[in-house]
Write a protein that binds this ligand. Sequence first.
Ligand SMILES: [Zn+2]
Ligand SMILES: [Zn+2]
Length: 151
Amino acid sequence: MTEDISSQLFDTVIGRLKTGGGRMTKKRKVLLNALLTFDRPASAEEIRERADLNQSDLVTVYRNLETFENIGMLQRVPLENGTQLFELTAPNEHYHHLICRECHKAERLDLCVSKAVIGQAEAHGYTQIAHIMEVYGLCGKCEGISRQAYA
Ligand SMILES: [Zn+2]
Ligand SMILES: [Zn+2]
């Protein structure tokens, strides 16, 4: 992430925490700084490690990540195996990813199915519509490895 976007996101999180009645605790601050260093969705374990919070339990990490999610600054990226990755996003933004099911590399896709999805959901009488879409496969690197293994 560029420094500009990073400091912008940082300020937005602080502002939203304030209006949401939350506080920027020391732990939230190191977690937020760790999140800002990733240019891809990361697991709670990876975020904890980069935040140098290995002495904290994962439940605490999850709880603080949930706080960022509640103020609309964090997107959860579900994996096929039921675990999740996390990505810091600007308010009202979301991304779809192409995720390798072996190495869990997640790349942003330059598309959104919003129009089609909202049209269909509204036709069913739904409001406040949200959607999640992630695409899973095997990246070129992992495909090469599995081919070698079975050769
Ligand atoms: Zn891969
Ligand atoms: Zn979308």
